[in-house]
Design a protein around this ligand. Structure first.
Ligand code: ADP
Ligand code: MG
Length: 398
């Protein structure tokens, strides 16, 4: 069912509260990657053009509210000021940063907005009530604006005051980023052109239980790579040496193997290393040859060929989780080749969810080669698990 989108809202001369995802990586107060700010620009620029008065809110990092000493240190570390400064460089209007989340300074800044101008509010997590979806806080934030736009896909899986609380009070709609995410991910998960091939990797089975569960239901094939593959291989009775292994998930892996049958495709060879290091000694071995003192850090060349074959003719590909430790060049080959194979598919809807998978695809030069690379780590994971995200659910249907 279609949700209200920003174009359905009357925003002209209105105060529009927008929940964006400005949770960018910071190092000593300097932004190391502004992708998330860039991703919010279509909504922000549209509102400027429409002569709205824009109030932007986001969380940034975590703030511990249990230990007062930590609270102060976290607030200092996760100050939104550098984000507002970066935004000011990207838009052609006045951007006012308000270093608080409540009170006269914020209210004056909001009331002083002219059409097409922006206020950036301090990190929402300065407020203890934010992550508790506190009603009073939601009412207060809602009182600042005439309507609300939900554009923080990366936070849509959390029912917080700034994602769900305010949306329950104000006329609300999805922003362009969330609309794009929902459209692309829904097409792959709920209405896939077939065959649908899912590729799951990354570190641990335990992070991906619900994803594998759902993908086994909806996909035609589920290819498993990365660290989690070793728990599956162990479940088949193989020795995995020093590879990542979750003993307590072996039974579950057995269950998936029984349920998935031919649908579930495991690696057949590996690049193993004697150390978790760039300069480790490595070799390529088959499943039954993993030495006791080596660990599997990437899928091997035969597995790459096998996965490429499985991908042939796919019309939808859902990818979550790298095939190996792609952060280290000697173990990036599997992820690189799988990326390449997906990018060469004709006429396929190809989506990536998961923070590290998205980073890998971008880092390896495939940013433009996928139909959609999700901006939400946890949120895209939950979407792929088939869950409804509260930050999207709360927006009314048209
Ligand atoms: P995503 O964020 O895309 O959901 P995960 O967080 O589940 O992915 O997993 C990403 C991490 O998995 C990466 O840091 C990568 O180095 C690691 N990884 C992949 N394969 C292996 C492996 N064979 N052994 C150890 N770690 C691995
Ligand atoms: Mg991750």
């Amino acid at each position: 069912m279609a949700k209200m989108t920003i174009k359905d809202l009357d925003v002209k001369h209105k105060k529009v509260l927008v929940r964006v995802d400005f949770n960018v990586p910071l190092k000593d107060g300097v932004i190391t990657d502004d992708n998330r700010i860039m991703a919010a620009l279509p909504t922000i620029k549209y509102l400027i053009e429409q002569k709205a008065r824009v109030i932007l809110m986001s969380h940034l990092g975590k703030v511990n509210h249990k230990d007062p000493e930590k609270t102060e240190a976290d607030k200092k570390k996760n100050n939104m000021a550098p984000v507002a400064a970066r935004l000011a460089e990207l838009v052609d209007t006045n951007v006012t940063f308000v270093p608080v989340t409540q009170g006269p300074e914020l209210e004056e800044a909001v009331n002083g907005l002219n059409d097409g101008e922006i206020v950036v509010v301090q990190n929402t997590r300065y407020e203890k009530g934010e992550s508790k979806n506190d009603l009073e806080l939601s009412r207060y934030w809602a009182s600042l604006a005439d309507c609300f736009v939900s554009d923080a896909f990366g936070s849509a899986h959390r029912a917080h005051a700034s994602t769900v609380g305010v949306a329950e009070i104000l006329p609300s709609a999805l922003g362009f980023l969330v609309e794009k995410e929902v459209t692309a991910l829904s097409a792959a998960i709920y209405n896939p052109k077939r065959p649908l091939v899912a590729i799951v990797g990354g570190a641990k089975v335990s992070d991906k239980i619900a994803v594998i569960d759902n993908l086994l239901k909806i996909a035609d094939k589920v290819l498993i790579g990365g660290g989690m593959a070793y728990t599956f291989l162990k479940a088949q009775g193989l020795q995995v040496g020093k590879s990542l292994l979750e003993e307590d998930k072996i039974e579950l892996a057995k269950e998936y193997l029984a349920r998935g049958k031919d649908k579930l495709v495991l690696p057949i060879d590996h690049k193993v290393a004697d150390n978790f290091a760039v300069d480790a000694n490595t070799k390529i071995v088959a499943n039954d040859e993993i030495p006791e003192d080596f660990m599997g850090l990437d899928i091997g060349p035969k597995t790459i060929e096998l996965f490429k074959k499985e991908l042939e003719g796919a019309k939808t590909v859902i990818w979550n989780g790298p095939m190996g430790v792609f952060e280290m060049q000697p173990f990036a080959q599997g992820t690189l080749e799988v990326c390449r194979a997906i990018s060469e598919l004709d006429d396929a809807n190809t989506v990536i969810g998961g923070g590290d998978s998205a980073a890998a695809a971008i880092q390896l030069g495939f940013k433009e080669k996928f139909t959609h690379i999700s901006t939400g780590g946890g949120a895209s994971l939950e979407f792929m698990e088939g869950k409804q995200l509260p930050g999207i659910e709360v927006i009314a249907n048209k």
